[in-house]
Design a protein around this ligand. Structure first.
Ligand code: CA
Length: 230
């Protein structure tokens, strides 16, 4: 999941970015509403965290503009001010939720999960496909009931594949789910994670099929085919 963090306070932003990255999110951080608008021109994000108090355009105006442009991603507003008026205005302008600073990281993470769940139109925090189950709230994956060990990037790739399943996931979207602007990663890196995931999934009958020129799709192997592989 890729998040856009719009926050001008360097200390707050770097702390949040650290906590969010630890929780498995890809985070791109900008310090102003103007920079946020530029970022949204070329890149897509699953959610935006927007501080209300920003230099130049404030977070309320940014949110209004995003909605006016038809962007539907969830927006979580941050405010240092305990002003009811800001929160009401923010929600009226199209924000989905807000948090008053200072806040605790676990609460922020829980709210992000709830917002992302709603926007991905899933009913629970658990994503499933055949014998595969991913509990995004507790960061646990099981395959045929057995716990699976996944590195953070394997997790990101598998999460996006599960959200898209049974449709294929586009390779460039997978890449976006993995990288922020500040990390160098080549499209071939996706193949590394895909091949690691294959090694873990295929023994349980879950295939990761390459769709030429597009990306990858999770598939359940037929029983006969599964048997023939042995
Ligand atoms: Ca601020």
């Amino acid at each position: 999941m890729r998040l856009l963090l719009v926050e001008d306070d360097v200390m707050v932003a770097s702390g949040m970015k650290l906590g969010l990255c630890d929780a498995g999110y890809t985070v791109d951080w900008v310090g102003s509403g103007e920079r946020a608008e530029q970022a949204l021109e070329g890149d897509s994000f699953d959610l935006a965290i927007v501080d209300i108090g920003l230099p130049g355009m404030d977070g309320l105006e940014l949110t209004r503009r995003l909605r006016a442009r038809g962007l539907a991603m969830p927006v979580l507003m941050l405010t240092a001010r305990d002003a009811l008026q800001d929160r009401v205005q923010g929600l009226d302008l199209g924000a989905d939720d807000y948090m008053v600073k200072p806040f605790e990281l676990p609460e922020l993470l829980a709210r992000l999960r709830a917002l992302l769940r709603r926007s991905q139109a899933a009913t629970s925090a658990v994503l499933g496909f055949g014998p595969l189950e991913m509990d995004t709230a507790h960061r646990r994956v099981t395959l045929s009931g057995q716990p699976m060990e996944l590195g953070p990037r394997e997790w990101s790739v598998l999460e996006y594949l599960l959200i898209q399943a049974p449709k294929p996931a586009a390779k460039d979207k997978l890449l976006q789910a993995l990288t922020g602007w500040d990390k160098e990663i080549t499209p071939n890196a996706i193949e590394v994670y895909v091949s690691r995931l294959r090694g873990k999934l295929e023994p349980a009958g879950v295939a990761l099929r390459a769709i030429r020129g597009f990306g990858y799709r999770l598939e359940l192997k037929m029983r006969a085919e599964h048997g023939a592989d042995r």
